[in-house]
Write a protein that binds this ligand. Structure first.
Ligand SMILES: Cc1cc2nc3c(=O)[nH]c(=O)nc-3n(C[C@H](O)[C@H](O)[C@H](O)COP(=O)(O)OP(=O)(O)OC[C@H]3O[C@@H](n4cnc5c(N)ncnc54)[C@H](O)[C@@H]3O)c2cc1C
Length: 400
């Protein structure tokens, strides 16, 4: 993926393969999904080789913007956008406003639809597209029971002083169960899906004296335990530790031990009794409220879809709608004003059979397509073949 890959290289961050064996990305995806790139998945790491976190790339970009004379305003909530007859645009932030000639709105669905003047000026056909969220589940693609779609996409990491998966089991790669995205249900009511190498772990020596974070859940499966840890639906980060957390951490440990029991039994090793001392979760809502996971339009032409084949025009109730019209209309919500750009992961429509995850690539490609349409050439750091295929090849019709 040259986006965001080429940006991360440009920023000079060190990266390492996500899976230590560096398999082609297409081999890492659990069926039925297929990943359309073969280069291994990589992540940013720090000087010690520890995962540095996805926010590192964002901080790196912000540093570049500031160094180039840009300004950053944090906690500035856009409340409206008015297109003026002069061709300028007024951005309103509560009682304050700013006039601009061009604006790139990195806004998800609910935020875009919540700007009253922009919504009123956007063609009603485009508003209908923007209101459309779909996730078809044809049984030919998702055999019954093979895939569950809950209220959110959640990630959870448990901190163990004794990183038993290193210290006792020598398990440092792969997943448990084999497809951790479909987790093991436990009698605690806490589903568990482990990715052994995802969290940062520090050791005195390889496989000895290790402590660290274990990814115990990363799934869209229906559950409440992890989801209930977020402070409110606008805050995806939840942390459980210290006073009052012991009972829940004990329950979590019981669930992890239940799910991993066969691994200990196969090695005739007794299970650790000490529960984790901390649990960190990221919760991205799928219901359309608060801080949402990307909500896209995943439709299916297959007749095994509940309710029958569901082409895009039917899925969204917009006659004659195509993927291209959807893409172009949302990118420029005011068709006469190519200086008002909308780029966000939410603005994507495709057959569910082609789904390959929610990646930053989508938003960055949209932004690059809008720049291309506004006459900005390919940035020198972005791979030329990729640019020609994904930006020029999928460009909007009108150019300036
Ligand atoms: C669990 C999880 C794991 C992921 N892992 C990866 C990965 O490994 N690699 C990868 O490439 N992608 C990954 N992604 C996807 C990636 O995080 C998203 O694709 C990316 O963040 C989407 O970026 P975006 O800019 O489109 O939208 P967002 O990140 O949603 O940004 C929108 C921004 O707009 C702000 N905003 C909303 N309303 C307003 C308003 N009215 N005024 C001002 N600001 C507003 C929001 O606060 C937010 O900061 C992951 C996503 C999830 C949920």
């Amino acid at each position: 993926m040259h986006l965001p890959g080429d940006v991360i290289n440009l920023l000079g961050f060190k990266t390492a393969c996500y899976e230590p064996s560096c398999p082609p990305a297409s081999k890492e995806f659990p069926p039925p999904f297929t990943f359309k790139y073969t280069a291994p998945l990589r992540r940013i790491v720090d000087e010690e080789g520890m995962p540095a976190g996805y926010v590192t790339a964002i901080r790196g970009m912000v540093d570049r913007i500031l160094a180039s004379g840009g300004q950053l305003f944090i906690d500035a909530n856009l409340t409206d956008l008015q297109a003026l007859h002069s061709g300028e645009v007024r951005l309103k932030f509560g009682s304050q406003s700013v006039l601009t000639k061009m604006v790139l709105l990195n806004l998800p669905r609910a935020s875009f639809l919540g700007l009253p003047s922009l919504r009123a000026a956007t063609p009603s056909r485009t508003v209908q597209m923007a209101e459309c969220v779909k996730f078809d589940t044809p049984t030919k693609f998702f055999p019954p029971g093979s895939f569950s779609l809950g209220k959110s996409l959640a990630k959870a990491y448990a901190f163990y002083k004794d990183a038993w998966w290193h210290n006792h089991l020598n398990l440092t790669v792969g997943q448990w169960p084999a497809n951790a995205f479909e987790p093991v249900n436990t009698s605690e009511g806490i589903p568990i899906g482990i990715h052994w190498n995802d969290g940062p772990v520090r050791c005195h020596a390889p496989l000895q004296g290790c402590r660290g974070f274990l990814e115990v859940f990363y799934s869209a499966a229906n559950e409440d335990f992890f989801e209930d840890l977020r402070p409110n639906d606008l805050e995806p980060l939840g942390i459980l530790q210290g006073e009052g957390s012991a009972a829940k951490l004990k329950r979590l440990h019981a669930a992890v031990m239940e799910a991993t029991k066969p691994l200990f039994e196969n090695r005739s090793i007794s299970q650790p009794e000490e529960p984790p001392t901390m649990l960190v979760v990221g919760i991205w809502d799928r219901t359309g409220h608060g801080y949402t996971a990307p909500t896209k339009v995943y439709y299916s032409l297959d007749s095994s879809t509940p309710g029958g084949a569901d082409p895009l025009e039917k899925a969204c109730g917009v006659s004659g709608l195509t993927d291209k019209e959807y893409r172009d209309s949302l990118l420029f919500p005011l068709p006469e004003l190519k200086q008002v750009v909308l780029a966000n992961n939410d603005w994507s429509a495709m057959p569910v059979e082609k789904m390959f995850g929610d990646w930053a690539e989508e938003s960055l490609l949209q932004a690059e397509r809008a720049l291309h349409a506004n006459g900005v050439p390919r940035p020198s750091w972005l791979d030329e073949d990729y640019y020609n295929l994904k930006v020029v090849g999928e460009a909007v019709v009108t150019f300036v």
